[in-house]
Design a binder for this molecule. Structure first.
Ligand code: HEM
Length: 267
């Protein structure tokens, strides 16, 4: 243990590691181009939010595993609030005109948000896993190790189904022991259970609604991101090698928890 008489007192700056943090924004353009700073800061802020989201998602899953639905709902509410802030932050980036972006775009070379491992970790946690994605990251790297771990873990939906089963719902064994790597496919059995939950079980219906909020919130981010991309680079291909907005448009509108959407017409 350090000696309290000789140890330097914790300050705002030392606690937050401000010197390190504030040295991490390094524009690549000569000059440098004014708007590159905004571009770097906003991406770094997103990565910090992704980190916090992953931390909170781990928390929700743990709370469901421990049969604490009220605290789980509370944490989901925090996640949704963060998501709203993340969507709103795109407004700031939209103040950058196409020409301002083009002034430094070639400096990004092949760098793109498509390579964000934390974004992929969130997708894995929500059931959209891919071995191909893992292979894009160097073996032994922080990103690859994190993705490998999340690949093998139960998704948030798995934790939810197991929780429902312990609440007394007849979740089929095939769902409780489903392949954790497989996509979450619609299931008529689960839909029947969810209809029962919505009709007779306010506590768990509220939990379901928060999951729908989450699903919708992520779709909202995708939609706003593609609109921002369209207004900034139009039909140009992405720096990450995709067709750009055309590729991104295909990712909008897909639901994370299909059963929660399917039942709407049957309630
Ligand atoms: C001027 C600003 C931006 C532009 C023009 C832009 C453009 C693009 C493009 C074209 C793609 C498709 C992949 C490719 O590069 O070929 C993409 C993917 C992506 N971008 Fe952005 N982006 C911008 C800002 C952001 C910000 C602030 C974030 C926040 C982290 C972000 C996160 C992502 C993610 C996660 C993907 C992968 C989406 C997926 O594969 O489903 N982007 N972006």
């Amino acid at each position: 243990m350090s000696d309290p008489y000789t140890r330097a007192a914790v300050t705002y700056s030392s606690y937050l590691k401000l010197d390190e943090l504030l040295s991490l924004q390094q524009p690549r353009s000569g000059g440098p181009e004014h708007d590159e700073m905004l571009f770097i800061v906003i991406h770094q802020v997103y990565e910090l939010w992704f980190k916090e989201l992953l931390h909170e998602f781990d928390g929700v899953r743990r709370l469901l595993e421990n049969d604490e639905p009220y605290r789980g709902q509370h944490t989901l509410k925090r996640i949704l609030t963060i998501l709203k802030v993340m969507v709103a932050q795109l407004d700031i980036l939209e103040t950058m005109t196409p020409l301002e972006f083009l002034s430094f775009r070639q400096r990004l070379e092949a760098a793109s948000g498509v390579q964000s491992d934390q974004f992929r970790q969130i997708e894995f946690l929500l059931g959209n896993k891919s071995e191909q994605t893992i292979r894009r990251f160097p073996e032994g790297s922080r990103a690859r190790l994190a993705l490998e771990r999340r690949y093998a873990e139960p998704t948030l939906w798995d934790a939810f189904l197991r929780y429902l089963s312990r609440e007394g719902y007849a979740v089929p064994q095939s769902q409780l022991t489903r392949d954790l790597i497989a996509r979450i496919e619609p299931s008529p059995d689960i839909q029947q259970i969810l209809i029962e939950v919505y009709r007779h079980d306010t506590k768990n219906a509220e939990l379901c609604e928060r999951l729908v909020d989450l699903d919708e919130g992520l779709q909202e981010w995708r939609y706003r991101h593609v609109k921002m991309v369209e207004r900034t680079i139009g039909a140009r291909p992405g720096t990450g090698g995709s067709s750009g907005a055309a590729y991104l448009r295909e990712t909008v509108g897909g639901s994370i928890f299909p059963d929660l959407w399917e039942i709407r017409a049957q309630l």
